[in-house]
Design a protein around this ligand. Structure first.
Ligand code: TXA
Ligand code: MG
Length: 356
């Protein structure tokens, strides 16, 4: 049975945290909120507990996990050495949504990093995650708390619907403020390379490090290049429905293309959902689609925060097709675009109207 404990997101109750920490120390699985998405945690130093994560999620064992620490001071427990760049990044961005790849400590169970010689590490900022890490007294390995291939959870009920009966405990601390996963950064190469865009925007990393590259998983896959991590495969985070992503600068042209596509599917009696910004709503007036608004297009942080819940809502509504638009590549837009692309089976590039 999976128990749910409701905790205060800002000041989590010590007795509830102690209970969750005890489950972790005993080798069990606890889902908990972080500032990005809910994580599925286990004692990172316990190989059997780690194995349990992969079973619960039905996650392929070659997909490495992120190790969470209470503080940067705990780094020597999980890494062999701390690169100078990592120190600077930690100083600037921890606690927070940045995951840094570092040389793995030999005592860390191999399962954590799927046999790689490196380990992904971050110090989360969410008060519940921090309290749990402190109380458990061990590093906690935690992937997103969804079933493998599903959208990451941004509410305790998402976790429950994916993992009920498979894990001991869910700490319900409300909705994460960021809503997309952490930025995963490889600093073993020059310039540093973003393996997964996320909560810390590229621009912020570049302000500290100078030029930072973004690894294009889809392109590498298409060219059959080796991936830095098996978890980087492009189709991931997917809703059940078939999703089509419309990308373009000219918003009116994008809306027109989406409306035409919607009409085509409606003509085949398909249930069509549209993931939209508030500003887009009027474009779908008068046709029988289910619209899901996830914030203002001017506010990427708000879009990111509501993105996964919006996708899940359309999925739960039984949509057969979901149409979505992009939100540019600035700031959190890049992470949003990455997740939308991974969730989509088709990408439609829409030219500006004046280009014909
Ligand atoms: O925001 C987040 O990062 C959330 C919360 C719970 O912290 N966690 C999360 O974990 O998204 P997960 O397992 O869903 O994603 C981990 C990503 C995967 O894409 C994996 O390939 C990559 O990190 N990764 C882990 N270890 C790695 C390594 N040693 N080298 C390269 N990539 C690694
Ligand atoms: Mg995940």
């Amino acid at each position: 049975m999976t128990r749910i404990l409701i905790v205060d997101p800002q000041a989590p109750e010590p007795v509830l945290i102690a209970e969750a920490a005890e489950v972790i120390r005993a080798g069990g699985l606890v889902a908990f909120p972080t500032e990005t998405v809910y994580g599925l945690g286990a004692n990172a130093l316990d190989g059997d507990a780690i194995a349990g994560i992969f079973v619960a999620k039905e996650r392929p064992t070659e997909d490495p996990l992120i190790v969470h620490l209470a503080s940067v001071e705990d780094l020597p427990r999980v890494v062999r050495e701390i690169p100078e760049t990592a120190r600077r990044l930690a100083e600037a961005f921890w606690p927070g949504p940045l995951t840094i790849i570092m040389p793995r400590h030999q005592d860390l169970p191999r399962g954590v990093s799927a046999g790689l010689d490196t380990v992904a590490v971050r110090v989360p900022s969410h008060p519940v995650a921090r309290a749990l890490l402190r109380a458990a007294g061990v590093p906690i390995a935690a992937p997103s708390a969804n079933r493998f291939g599903f959208t990451s959870p941004t509410a305790a009920r998402h976790v429950y619907s994916d993992l009920k009966g498979r894990i001991e405990l869910i700490l319900d601390g409300g909705s994460p403020t960021i809503g997309v996963e952490s930025t995963v950064l490889d600093i073993s190469v020059q310039p540093a390379r973003i393996l997964r865009p996320g909560g810390v925007p590229r621009e912020d990393l570049e302000a500290l490090l100078g030029e930072v590259e973004v690894f294009d998983g889809a392109a590498a896959e298409a060219e059959k290049k080796p991936l830095p991590s098996p978890g980087m495969m492009s189709r991931h985070y997917a809703p059940r429905a078939r999703m089509i992503l419309f990308q373009g600068e000219d918003r009116r042209a994008v809306m027109r293309a989406m409306r035409e596509e919607a009409s085509l599917h409606l003509a085949h009696d398909e249930r069509v959902g549209v993931l939209l910004a508030e500003e887009d709503r009027s474009s779908f007036a008068g046709i029988d689609v289910t619209t899901q608004t996830i914030g203002s297009a001017e506010n990427a942080a708000q879009i990111a925060q509501n993105l996964y819940a919006g996708l899940r809502a359309l999925d739960e509504g039984g949509m057969q097709v979901i149409l979505a638009r992009d939100f540019g590549v600035a700031g959190l837009g890049l992470a949003i675009l990455d997740r939308l692309r991974r969730a989509s089976s088709r990408l439609v590039k829409v030219e500006s109207a004046d280009q014909g």
